[in-house]
Design a protein around this ligand. Structure first.
Ligand SMILES: Cc1cc2nc3c(=O)[nH]c(=O)nc-3n(C[C@H](O)[C@H](O)[C@H](O)COP(=O)(O)OP(=O)(O)OC[C@H]3O[C@@H](n4cnc5c(N)ncnc54)[C@H](O)[C@@H]3O)c2cc1C
Length: 509
């Protein structure tokens, strides 16, 4: 696709989890991509340690599920919120069984290994060029391309690159966000926490085998069982804490002395982070877009910041491919923010709510919180599965904009393995499919059925899908490449209308 004016279809600034996932999607779609990453190597210290089942399904979509399974462990027991007396206040559920996405509901991992796996995945694509040790200094947009000024950190040579679109996956201090002039909305949480990672020298039964949020008003803390010998403590800073003193090894060990002693583990790192709850407004300005931490930041109480970055990539990748490769209207790219922003916002708001529970330091408020939560019958909660905001779908049915599960087909395969990253039309029975085909005959140009665009599945051939359709009283469901529901109807005439409306959006939005 690259022409003389562009060195790539898409330039990605930043090769963290967001950039690497997006580059895998675009590489898989056959687009030419230039990735610029300031650092020469992967950031060696972990930040994220948890991702959810939908994210594992996205890794499956980029062909890396097995590789990531090999470096992650399923979270069997979830996350337990306990009070100062070790009484359980709340539990975010966990299980080793397959959940709605055809895999476990949550996983723990070591972030540098995950990033390494995503980067190895990029070696599959000749047309994805990775420029490590290259900092993007500036960018300007023109009517049909963007120009990036890039410095090679080793030689200090400055080069110019051109791409049709630039995606800023450049983290919390994003240059691309500044260029777009996106404005921050603060959702109310800003609090410094000490993050203390250790590696155990051997087995230690005094440490729980799951994540514990210790809601102790005297010193709120989080303990996490990461993978193998890795363990993490997150420790809230209290008034009067001196940062330098907190980071001294003797202070660190004293803070966790009830669980682990210095001779039982080595320190991997200790850093103070300020947890934020920010969402930016305006993720796109013509040919520049932002993704991941550059567009939103959440406190890590739900382990969802990186998950949101990966979901962003899954949402935008197929839209970029539709626009660049297939000539669809680039108005489709505006739906990236309108869909993703409310979705990520609901996770940030929940993390802020949980933060308020964990971070309570007033003893009386903590006592009342304990009384309320201990009396509550709803102790176990799961991750929310919010619907996307308004965008590329035909609204009407309550399931539209929700994610479709990933059932097993009668052949034993998981659904997405069969259908690839395409649109999928699911019909309850073969008669329904015939009716849609007849109704669309010679009318739909892009969303043609039995064309490379839309894969069809007949519910009757696949009992799990049939049962889902029957329970929801639906005859047709249209899935997008990212597996969110774009249309759901009880009859063929309505599905034909849905398909024609969506096609019109692709052609003229
Ligand atoms: C303590 C802590 C715990 C967390 N725990 C979890 C968790 O359990 N689960 C979870 O889902 N999330 C968690 N998160 C959040 C998660 O780490 C981030 O959301 C995620 O790493 C952001 O990914 P990203 O790719 O958007 O940005 P980053 O990982 O920040 O990557 C941005 C990249 O862009 C590069 N870059 C920046 N500017 C330029 C430039 N001008 N030119 C070239 N390159 C540039 C940077 O070098 C960097 O490599 C946690 C965060 C913290 C701090």
């Amino acid at each position: 696709m690259a022409t003389e004016r562009y060195t790539a279809d898409v330039a990605i600034v930043g090769l963290g989890p967001a950039g690497a996932t997006l580059a895998n999607f675009l590489g898989q779609a056959g687009l030419s991509v230039s990735v610029f990453e300031r650092e020469a190597d992967i950031y060696p210290l972990p930040r994220a340690i948890h991702f959810d089942g939908e994210v594992m399904r996205i890794f499956q979509a980029i062909g890396l599920k097995d590789a990531i399974n090999a470096i992650a462990r399923p979270g069997l027991k979830g996350m337990h919120f306990v009070n100062a007396d070790n009484k359980t206040l709340l539990v975010r559920g966990g299980t080793g069984l397959d959940g709605p996405h055809g895999c476990a509901n949550n996983y723990y991992f070591h972030q540098p290994l995950l990033e390494q796996t995503l980067r190895l995945g990029l070696k599959r694509f000749e047309q994805v060029a990775i420029h490590l040790g290259h900092e993007v200094l500036d960018l300007t947009q023109h009517s049909d391309h963007c120009e990036l000024v890039v410095m090679d950190q080793t030689s200090q040579a400055v080069q110019t690159h051109r791409a049709r679109y630039v995606i800023g996956c450049d983290g919390a201090k994003s240059l691309v966000r500044r260029k777009i002039n996106a404005k921050a909305v603060d959702l109310g949480l800003e609090q410094p926490w000490l993050v203390f990672d250790i590696v155990l020298k051997g087995e230690l039964t005094s440490l729980p085998d799951h994540t514990v949020q210790i809601c102790d008003p005297a010193r709120p803390m989080t303990y996490c069982y990461v993978t193998q010998q890795r363990r993490r403590f997150e420790i809230m800073l209290m008034p009067g804490d001196e940062r330098d003193h907190l980071l001294e090894p003797s202070t660190l060990w004293a803070l966790v002395s009830q669980w682990v002693q210095p001779e039982e583990a080595t320190i991997e790192r200790a850093t103070i982070y300020t947890f934020h709850s920010l969402i930016y407004q305006q993720w796109r300005d013509q040919r520049m877009m932002i993704m991941g931490d550059s567009a939103h930041q959440t406190p890590p109480f739900l382990g969802q910041g990186m998950c949101a970055c990966i979901r962003d990539a899954s949402n935008l990748a197929w839209k970029l491919a539709m626009v660049i490769q297939h000539g669809c209207s680039d108005g489709l790219l505006d739906t990236y923010e309108t869909e993703r922003s409310p979705h990520v916002r609901s996770f940030i708001e929940l993390a802020v709510k949980l933060g308020a529970i964990i971070q309570t330091t007033d003893p009386n408020s903590a006592k009342q919180r304990d009384v309320d939560l201990l009396a509550s019958p709803d102790k176990v909660f799961e991750f929310p599965a919010p619907r996307l905001g308004h965008g590329f779908s035909v609204e009407g049915h309550p399931l539209v904009n929700a994610i479709f599960p990933q059932p097993r087909l009668s052949t034993g395969e998981l659904m997405d393995e069969r259908v690839d990253n395409r649109f999928v039309l699911i019909c309850l029975n073969p008669e329904g499919l015939s009716a849609v085909r007849a109704g669309l005959f010679e009318r739909a140009q892009i969303l043609a059925i039995d064309h490379a665009w839309v894969f069809t599945l007949i519910g009757e051939d696949h009992p799990q899908i049939h049962e889902w359709m029957r329970l929801k009283d639906l005859a047709f469901v249209l899935l997008r490449p990212d597996r969110y529901i774009a249309g759901a109807t009880t009859n063929s005439a309505d599905m034909i209308a849905n398909l024609l409306e969506l096609e019109q959006t692709l052609l003229s939005s």
